[in-house]
Structures are given as structure tokens and as C-alpha cells.
Design a protein around this ligand. Structure first.
Ligand code: SF4
Length: 422
């Protein structure tokens, strides 16, 4: 391999092909959550949607994207009417390239919208796996109704990610979740009627949980045959109620070895069930990877709108303010909503690309890495690669460097080793 003396980092960046829109409202603030969330503020929802519209208008003109992701918070905490308004704004400012079945124009179905008329929205003409654009939304089991699912589908939403977390009341209590297991069945039925792709989020290693609990949760999840599963070990984010309880000794976390065993069980069970383990925490039926998140893991640029949202455009990373009322005031007054702005130097950007791409099953492709960052991978990290290869943490076929199964179990530590070279 010939190393460049100094990297020629790309001076122009592609426009983002993906956008994230944040909806902060939740019925209840779960004890482990440190997202930008707002509870007991339903009176602000309509204003927030208009503020979001004002921030979207800073785009100046509609932009073509290949994926949209509406996350939160709980977007489905909004009423069907509020979802209509939100999606009208989003689909005004973002469009799919080409003539793809995207949305039923609101004037064709509002106000006389009926579930019967739209029980087969146009997106259903695309048989899964979905090709073309991906339009995802996050939902909670107790707030995804048939009426809302129909509205989502009418605007082209074709993927719903449901925050199931566990099917056991005891563990839902331990996680301080508000929904009950029985809500999941109704939410999945509503989603399946209108939205072709269903994903579940599950959490393992809740306080007091055992390997048997986790196995039972996975088995129940599999009975629903979700197209995609995200499995996360519980993290105690500083400042959250669960973190405080742990700090006081009021709860004892699951031992690390047990948590690792749960993760390894998930890999074995879900791959045996036909799911592809395509990212450290993510599993998909063939053809059902989350393409929106894959763009993050490829460290590609993205738009971000809403309170607390991040964006990465032209090599600049920006973060919006996290206070919902302040966000509304500023956006509606036409003032900047940005809280933090960082221009990443090329070398830092290259290491960030290593950190994100290592999470992926494909790992880091040397040629694409050089094209994207201007650096040769080995110029930056040959010593770490050699050391981690000897330890069986990464494998290297000359073209790509990727985590082994063992490496996935210690992914954070492996990525930290790379970042020490930055
Ligand atoms: S529902 Fe989701 S976003 Fe809302 S507080 Fe709970 S974990 Fe956080």
C-alpha cells in the first residue's frame, strides 16, 4: 500500500440524502431515557409543529432525499390531526427522487379521510423488501392506533419502529415504562394493516432480569415476525432517574458477564431465526436493514430538524437546543435554533468514520475509506489493526477491516483503541 504524505481530504461534500426530524413529546419520561423529551406539555404540540415548519423553511426549497426518519420522543403521541399537519410539512420540504409512490396529496383525502377509502395506501404496491425511499417513524405500543397508522401510510411512511423493550410487566416496571405487554399486539396489528415494515426495539439487562427473561422476550418478539430488531443493553445515562437509583445503591445492575451472555444469546438466536446481524445492535430479515441508520454508520451527511436534533452538512456538525419552549420561541421568531457548531478537521473526520463504520458488519472498506476521507486507513491505524487482529478482535482480508464476533462483544473498547490514535 502506498501512503500519501499528507491526505487530500475531499473539499466538497455531497448534499445529505437523509433527514431526521425530532418530535420530543412523550406521555411519560422513562427512567433510563436521556433524549430530548417533553412530558405534560401537550398544549405545546401545535406550536411545536409550526416551529418545526419554520425551521424546515430555512431549507429555502424542497430537497430530494432517499430516507426520512421521524423520531423522538414519541411521534405517535401526537393526535392523528397533528400527525397530518406534521407530515404535510415534512413532505413539503423533502421529496423522493423520481416518480415514486410517496403520498396521497392531502387535498384528495382531507377532511373526509376514512380508513375504508385508504385501507390499501399506494405504498402497498411495493412488495417488501422495500426498494426506493425509506420513510420511518418511531412509535410506542400504547399510542399507535389504526387511525394514526392510516395517516402515516397515506403520507408514505413505510417503516415503523416500535419501542417494545420487553414483554414482561416486571421488566417494563423496572425500566419505568408506561405501556403494558398487551399494547404491543394491538400496535403491531395496526401497523401491519397499513405499514409494510415493522421493527422492534428491545432492551436487555434491565435491573433484576435474567438470561431466562431475555430468552423469553426474544421468543415472544419472534412470534410477531418483525422485519427488524434492535437490541440494546440497558445503559445508565448520567442524571437519569435510573442512574440516580443505581448511584444510591437502590438498584443493582445486571453483572457485565451476564449482560454479555444475553447479547451473545441474541446473536445466536436471531441469526438462527434468519436475521442478519448487520450492526452491533441491529438485526434484519434479508432486505430489511434500516437504510437510514446505515447512512449514519457510513458517516454520511444528514439533515436534522427539531429540538435537540443533530445535523452533519458540508463537514459541519450542529446540534439544536434541547429546551422545547426555547426552541419554539426561537424558531417562530426566525432566530437560530443551534446550540453547538463544530467544524471537524479532516483527520478527526477520518477517525470518526472509522468509529462509525466499525459498527457495521461490512466494516471499513479501504478503497471507499480513502475516497471518502482522503486518508489511507493503514496510514492512520495500521498498528491498532495489527494488535487487534492478533487478539482476534478484528479481521482483515486486505480490502476490509471488520470486527469479529468476539470484537462485537467488546466493540466500544475496540473503537476506543482506534480513537486513541486520533
Ligand atoms: S417513550 Fe422513548 S423517548 Fe419517550 S421517555 Fe420513554 S424512552 Fe424516552
Amino acid at each position: 500500500m502506498v501512503f500519501s504524505e499528507s491526505a487530500t481530504a475531499p473539499t466538497s461534500f455531497p448534499d445529505p440524502a437523509t433527514a431526521y426530524i425530532h418530535v420530543p413529546f412523550c406521555a411519560h419520561h422513562c427512567g433510563y431515557c436521556d433524549f430530548a423529551v417533553s412530558t405534560g406539555t401537550e398544549h405545546l404540540i401545535d406550536l411545536y409543529i409550526e416551529a418545526l415548519g419554520a425551521e424546515l423553511a430555512t431549507l429555502g426549497h424542497p430537497r430530494p432525499v432517499e430516507s426520512l426518519f421521524v423520531g423522538g420522543g414519541t411521534p405517535t403521541h401526537l393526535s392523528a390531526t397533528q400527525l397530518e399537519r406534521l407530515l404535510t410539512l415534512i413532505t413539503h420540504w423533502f421529496s423522493w427522487p423520481g416518480d415514486l409512490p410517496h403520498a396521497i396529496p392531502p387535498e384528495q383525502w382531507s377532511p373526509a379521510f376514512s380508513l375504508e377509502t385508504h385501507s390499501q395506501p399506494p405504498f402497498h404496491r411495493l412488495s417488501p423488501p422495500i426498494r426506493g425511499p425509506e420513510f420511518s417513524i418511531e412509535a410506542n405500543p400504547d399510542s399507535l392506533t389504526e387511525e394514526k397508522a392510516a395517516v402515516l401510510a397515506a403520507f408514505g411512511v413505510n417503516r415503523v419502529s416500535i419501542g417494545v423493550q420487553s414483554f414482561q410487566p416486571r421488566l417494563l416496571n423496572a425500566l419505568d415504562r408506561q405501556h403494558r405487554p398487551e399494547h404491543v399486539e394491538a400496535a403491531v396489528a395496526a401497523a401491519r394493516r397499513y405499514i409494510p415494515v415493522v421493527s422492534f426495539d428491545l432492551i436487555f439487562a434491565a435491573p433484576g432480569s435474567t438470561q431466562a427473561d431475555w430468552q423469553a422476550d426474544l421468543e415472544t418478539a419472534l412470534t410477531f415476525q418483525p422485519n427488524h430488531l434492535s437490541t440494546y443493553g440497558l445503559t445508565y445515562e448520567k442524571g437519569t432517574p435510573l442512574w440516580k437509583q443505581r448511584y444510591r445503591g437502590a438498584i443493582i445492575p445486571v453483572p457485565e458477564d451476564d449482560e454479555l451472555a444475553m447479547y451473545e444469546y441474541a446473536i445466536d438466536r436471531l441469526t438462527a431465526a434468519g436475521y442478519e446481524h448487520y450492526e452491533i445492535s441491529n438485526f434484519a430479515q434479508p432486505g430489511f436493514r434500516c437504510r437510514h441508520n446505515e447512512r449514519y454508520w457510513a458517516n454520511e451527511p444528514y439533515y436534522g430538524f427539531g429540538v435537540g436534533a443533530a445535523r452533519y452538512i458540508q463537514g459541519v456538525r450542529e446540534l439544536n437546543i434541547r429546551d422545547t419552549q426555547l426552541y419554539i420561541r426561537r424558531a417562530l421568531a426566525g432566530e437560530p435554533t443551534i446550540f453547538q457548531r463544530e467544524v471537524l478537521p479532516p483527520r478527526e473526520r477520518a477517525f470518526e468514520t472509522i468509529a462509525t463504520q466499525l459498527r457495521w458488519a461490512e466494516g471499513i472498506d479501504r478503497v471507499r475509506f480513502h475516497q471518502r476521507t482522503g486518508f489511507h486507513l493503514d496510514e492512520l491505524a495500521s498498528t491498532v489493526i495489527a494488535r487487534l487482529r492478533e487478539l482476534g478482535i478484528v479481521e482483515d482480508n486486505g480490502h476490509c477491516v471488520r470486527l469479529t464476533r468476539r470484537g462485537r462483544c467488546v466493540a466500544d473498547a475496540a473503537i476506543a483503541e482506534f480513537l486513541k490514535e486520533a
